[in-house]
Design a protein around this ligand. Structure first.
Ligand SMILES: [Ca+2]
Length: 180
């Protein structure tokens, strides 16, 4: 991917130990090809192609549901973090001209240090998470997605369509947007 948008909903009061990870994508030689998490102070941190961006956008662990999106384009390295459908932080020059390689592995709730493995227990996410969608473009109507809009499903990961393997979850609910 030369551009992307990743969105999810999360609810947690878990402070964590150092960084807690919500979503990771690893490929051979680049275990942090994409990584979304938060620091102990609740601020969102992101990795693209193994480079970190501390966005200072908080607060993930306030115990309430929030919708988070991150968009990035390698043209100019333009990035934006959205909280509940609204831009919360943005910048340029982040991993300009880099490409996120194909054929990797996506993991929810953990960082990967090898493809599909290398998990560290102290970095695990503890909380609720749902509505994970990923697009291969930064041209996504995030406000509409946050309110279950018409282009809700991602074209890389669509939460309704993707095959999910569930490990050690206490409860499972498909998605806010389909709960009646
Ligand atoms: Ca990693």
């Amino acid at each position: 991917m030369t551009a992307m948008t990743a969105c999810l909903r999360a609810k947690t009061a878990f402070t964590g130990n150092d960084e807690s990870y919500l979503l990771s994508y690893a490929v051979p030689l680049k275990d942090n090809a994409f990584l979304l998490g938060y620091k102990k102070n609740g601020a969102i941190v992101l990795y693209v192609f193994n480079a970190i961006k501390d966005t200072s956008v908080s607060k993930v662990h306030d115990g309430a549901w929030h919708h988070w999106c991150f968009s990035w384009n390698n043209r100019g390295g333009k990035w934006t973090v959205y909280k509940d459908g609204m831009p919360a932080a943005a910048g340029t020059g982040f991993q300009t001209d880099k490409t996120i390689p194909a054929n990797g592995v996506w993991i929810v709730g953990q960082d990967q240090d090898t493809v599909g493995g290398g998990f560290v227990a102290s970095q695990a996410y503890v909380g609720d998470i749902t509505s994970i969608n990923v697009w291969n473009t930064d041209n996504v109507n995030v406000a509409a997605v946050a309110s279950c809009g018409d282009n809700f499903g991602g074209n890389v990961i669509s939460w309704y369509a993707v095959t999910k393997e569930v490990h050690e979850l206490s409860t499972y609910r498909e998605d806010f947007c389909k709960v009646t």
